[in-house]
Design a protein around this ligand. Structure first.
Ligand code: ADP
Ligand code: 5GP
Length: 203
């Protein structure tokens, strides 16, 4: 396969969507893997853009039919990555972007290890994460507590990722994310080496 995978993980509220939306709007040849989820749609989100919002039964049927590259239960909801569109995008040579939790990262690595560059995004501390979740205004106090508890567990996995972004200054984080993307594009595996060598010999 010619493409690569960029995996973004990190606590809910750390700023993954903020950074990714900007990257996807500005960078060509990226393909965002739209996950399916059983969680309720949030204000500002769109069906088929942020997620495919489906019921639990449909999700479980998708698992049985082997439609998911990986799936996990996060914050009491199901989330999963559809296999087919990811494989097609990889075959087209695209960089496929995943926003998945640490379980999704592990399961994807088991299948596509040599295609993956991984980034963990978080805040400076837990207090700031709480502030962002409260300001975002999309979750009940109970959901926020659940997300904060989950976040502490996710932080324990930072060392498994290639890069760490502490997203305090959004401009700086975006610049760093673009630098990571640039390094992916420069990987020799992503360049048509046969053509490069032949052209070099011919001149
Ligand atoms: P995630 O996708 O990781 O759940 P979001 O992108 O939805 O997180 O960001 C959570 C909230 O934090 C949003 O209200 C967003 O505007 C805000 N936010 C994102 N990055 C920063 C930052 N660097 N500084 C302050 N607030 C931020
Ligand atoms: P949110 O509800 O904030 O959009 O996402 C909650 C968590 O689910 C985040 O950690 C996000 O990365 C993760 N997530 C989103 N889609 C997927 C997916 O397809 N698979 C897995 N494993 N996690 C996902």
């Amino acid at each position: 396969m010619k493409g690569q995978i960029l995996i973004i993980s990190g606590p809910s509220g750390s700023g993954k969507s903020t950074l990714l939306n900007r990257l996807l709007a500005e960078e060509k040849n990226l393909y965002f893997s739209i996950s399916s989820t059983t969680r309720k749609i949030r204000e500002g989100e769109k069906e088929g853009v942020n997620y495919y919002y489906i019921g639990e039964e449909e999700f479980k049927q998708g698992i049985e039919e082997g439609n998911f590259l990986e799936w996990a239960n996060v914050h009491k909801n199901y989330y999963g990555t559809s296999l087919k569109p990811v494989v097609s995008a990889l075959e087209e040579g695209k960089i496929v972007v995943f926003d998945v939790d640490v379980q999704g990262f592990k399961l994807t690595t088991a299948k596509f290890a040599n295609l993956i560059t991984s980034v963990f995004i978080t805040t400076t501390n837990k207090k700031e994460l709480r502030r962002r979740l409260e300001n975002r205004g999309t979750d009940t106090p109970e959901m926020i507590e659940n997300r904060l508890m989950n976040a502490a567990g996710e932080m324990e996995h930072i060392m498994e990722y290639d890069y760490l972004l502490i997203n305090d200054d959004v401009e700086k984080s975006y610049e760093n994310l673009r630098a990571i993307l640039k390094s992916m594009k420069l990987k020799s595996a992503n360049i048509n080496l046969r053509e490069t060598i032949n052209n070099w010999i011919d001149c």
